[in-house]
Design a binder for this molecule. Structure first.
Ligand SMILES: Cc1ncc(COP(=O)(O)O)c(C=O)c1O
Length: 240
């Protein structure tokens, strides 16, 4: 907080860009909504825009529709992608508050946001996004999200404190297990290759981030399929 405030006090910070609650490629690092609330409140105090990258955390991943909904403070801009179309077609959105929109809305062309994507408003992408949103908001999917949250919590309780694990953490439907290592923990840790092959032999694609194994299932995953994932992880914990 002090480091952020020191930057903000210089008065030249335009925006604070963050992955809310979970840093994905950084190693599935998790932090609390309370901390994010404090960070956003500080930025707002100094007039810096809060830009939430909800590409990975959006559309139910953290148990709520968006990760920033766990917070009291609201971001000014949100980046969305992946879950927007369920990954079926490429489509992304950058949403913003009315205040940000109005800052660019003018008859004076010099105030325009001079940017456009090649595929802005692609009709097929939009159709898939609408269909995917219908599915996401359906009662069955909302039930499935909470079912997965509970299953992940139950599994975490079962393996937490295992001697091969440095840490075990969960945010909503995301479960991350950090294997102990005598090398640097993180993306480049070569335990990744052994873990990847081990799981693949059991019919599981888990794609570890270095020594961090994570389970980020599609919401249609069934309980028996989740069991298969958990059995694979328990087998790895017996010794890899
Ligand atoms: C947090 C986060 N932001 C941005 C991206 C990039 O998203 P896109 O490829 O849709 O631009 C990813 C992709 O993995 C991501 O996880």
């Amino acid at each position: 907080m002090q480091a952020l405030e020191a930057h903000l006090q210089k008065g030249d910070v335009a925006a604070f860009v963050f992955e809310p609650l979970v840093l994905g490629a950084g190693g599935m690092l998790m932090y609390s909504p309370e901390v994010l609330d404090q960070l956003m409140a500080l930025c707002k105090k100094y007039g810096a825009l809060c830009i939430a990258d909800e590409v990975m955390t959006g559309f139910g991943r953290t148990g709520k529709l968006f990760a920033t909904l766990h917070c009291t403070e609201k971001p000014d801009i949100i980046a969305l992608s992946k879950g927007l179309t369920g990954g079926m077609l490429p489509m992304a959105l950058t949403t913003c508050t009315e205040a940000v929109y109005q800052a660019f809305y003018s008859d004076d062309k010099m105030k325009a946001l001079f940017h456009g994507h090649s595929f802005t408003g692609n009709p097929l992408g939009c159709a898939v996004a609408l269909a995917s949103l219908d599915l996401l908001l359906a009662e069955e999917t909302q039930y499935n999200i909470q079912r997965i949250v509970q299953r992940q919590a139950d599994f975490m309780a079962k393996i937490k404190g295992h001697p091969l694990l440095e840490d075990c953490r969960q945010t909503g439907t995301i479960l991350a297990l950090e294997f102990k290592t005598d090398k640097q923990s993180g993306y480049f840790n070569n335990l990744r290759d052994r873990l990847y092959r081990f799981f693949l032999q059991r019919g599981l694609i888990l794609r570890p981030l270095g020594n961090v194994v994570y389970v980020l299932p599609p919401y249609c995953i069934t309980d028996p399929q989740l069991d298969q994932v958990y059995e694979g992880i328990e087998a790895a914990l017996m010794g890899i």
